[in-house]
Ligand binder design. Structure first.
Ligand code: ZN
Length: 240
């Protein structure tokens, strides 16, 4: 008879729980993920739980990605863990996250997105907060300038631009000349951001998706259909 041993390892925002099976025949540690999403470590009889935790930590990225593929309600987009090696999009370019200890800071550093945050409990959530603030600031920089440009091209007055945490939409507009954008849009390539911007700005003149709306948009953006289609495939990748 063996009693069931159990341990857990925190990786970013995910708590990886696993059961341990011991075997006197084993010399190495093997990780198995079952279709139901349970994780079993098969280990030599004498291996310490600390050692097994280290193995799980080393394989954590692989384990979390496997878990997402076997669990039935896994999100289409890979969930971010907010640890070094995570991948983030900014204006369509991919950046690897590099997390360092130190006073809070976010900046682009060559091909990397560098975040400094103090170590300790709740660090992943803190890093997420820092990144959201950084993306929002970039969006507040970028979107008003693009709204101005597309308003000029369409012979309209530049609108007031607000950046918000809207859940389901890229952008919206209101009758008082204000357009609102979801900060997440700044992850998309610039040509798709421009599609969202021009679309919302034009709504100030044509509130509905009438023929006149689409023909006015097509006259300043001839490839509007391909941008619209590309944006549809993009939604799942930017929600975190
Ligand atoms: Zn619309």
């Amino acid at each position: 008879m063996t009693s069931v041993e159990h341990s857990e390892v925190q990786f970013g925002r995910t708590l990886i729980e696993y059961d341990i099976r011991r075997s006197s025949k084993r010399r190495t540690v093997a990780v198995t993920i079952f279709p139901a999403g349970n994780i079993i470590l098969t280990a030599p009889t004498g291996a310490s739980v600390e050692r097994l935790d280290r193995v799980v930590h080393q394989k954590a990225r692989w384990i979390t990605s496997r878990l997402r593929s076997v669990r039935p309600f896994a999100q289409a987009a890979p969930q971010k863990e907010f640890v070094s090696g995570d991948s983030f999009l900014y204006l369509g370019r991919q950046y690897r996250l590099r997390v360092l200890a130190g006073p809070e800071e976010v900046r682009l550093d060559g091909g990397r997105l560098l975040v400094r945050a103090p170590e300790g409990r709740g660090r992943a959530d803190r890093i997420r907060g820092l990144l959201v603030a950084w993306y929002r600031a970039r969006a507040e920089d970028w979107l008003p300038a693009r709204a101005q440009l597309w308003a000029d091209r369409m012979g309209m007055t530049a609108p007031n631009v607000l950046v918000r945490e809207q859940e389901l939409r890229w952008g919206s507009c209101s009758a008082n000349g204000v357009v609102r954008f979801n900060w997440r849009v700044i992850q998309a390539p610039a040509r798709l951001v421009d599609y969202v911007v021009a679309h919302e700005v034009l709504h100030l003149r044509h509130p509905d998706h009438t023929k006149a709306f689409w023909s006015a948009l097509g006259s300043v953006m001839p490839d509007v259909d391909s941008r619209r289609t590309a944006l549809r495939g993009f939604g799942g990748r930017v929600d975190w």
